[in-house]
Ligand binder design. Structure first.
Ligand code: 6PG
Length: 233
């Protein structure tokens, strides 16, 4: 395991520090390759990070942003990760970034899968940075315990970049990048908030009890890319 811990007592300080790291990753991508690609998580944890990142002095017109996973809901729905990303990140300096959404107007993720696959096929891999979150059930991206396509999503040999996912704990149906694609990144961050998540992560690292089956373990135990954990209470 190649995991580093970055713990903060203040979530604003975390957002600033992580935004600075991501900005440096994107800047390096732009200066070395002319373009940078960033994959972000939704949910509630990254809100401060998105606001902070939107202020970064960067040539955002050369940055492509996407989501590691999406709830199958239109942007008019408060649960839409794309909605949050547009409201909090694609503002100010970052308004120039190109956004590649995973959701399309199709009624189900199965119906929309071909279109999403076409969109994400155009993304240049590896990503310059990927930011994962984690749920209190040990999921990350849409790798939910009991998910109908969990095995395929975690299979390093699965050739598909995105998969649909339905799971008892997921709420709505989802679409998610595969683990194999998310690990194709120059920098990987795991951004979590709250004491229960810190202790859950510690259990998952050690494979203790129930935590030995948590999908997040696939990220923690892989040897492909170092994981930088950012935590605040
Ligand atoms: C989503 C996410 C998901 C998220 C975790 C943590 O769409 O739900 O991308 O993987 O990172 O569920 O969510 P919170 O930050 O809301 O706890």
């Amino acid at each position: 395991m190649n995991i580093t811990n970055h713990s903060f007592t203040d979530c604003h300080a975390l957002a600033q520090a992580l935004a600075d790291r991501i900005t440096a990753n994107l800047r390096a991508g732009i200066s070395q390759r002319g373009h940078a690609t960033l994959a972000l998580s939704g949910g509630s944890t990254p809100k401060l990070l998105f606001k902070q990142l939107s202020q970064a002095a960067l040539d955002w017109s050369n940055v492509t942003v996407t989501l590691v996973d999406e709830r199958w809901a239109p942007e008019s729905d408060e649960r839409s990760n794309a909605r949050m990303l547009r409201e909090l990140l694609l503002q100010d300096n970052a308004a120039q970034a190109k956004f590649v959404p995973l959701y399309s107007e199709a009624p189900t993720p199965q119906d929309g899968l071909a279109q999403t696959r076409e969109r994400v096929a155009a993304l240049t891999l590896p990503f310059d940075a990927v930011v994962l979150g984690m749920g209190t059930d040990g999921h990350t991206a849409s790798f939910f315990p009991g998910g109908d396509h969990l095995q395929q999503a975690l299979d390093p040999k699965n050739p598909e970049r995105v998969l649909t996912m339905q799971a008892p704990g997921a709420g709505e149906a989802r679409i998610t990048f595969s683990l194999a694609v998310l690990l194709q990144t120059r920098a990987l961050y795991l951004h979590i908030q709250s004491e229960p998540k810190r202790s859950l992560l510690a259990d998952a690292r050690l494979g203790l009890g129930e935590a030995q089956d948590y999908p997040i373990r696939s990220v923690l135990t892989q040897a492909q890319v170092p994981v930088a954990v950012y935590w605040c209470p």
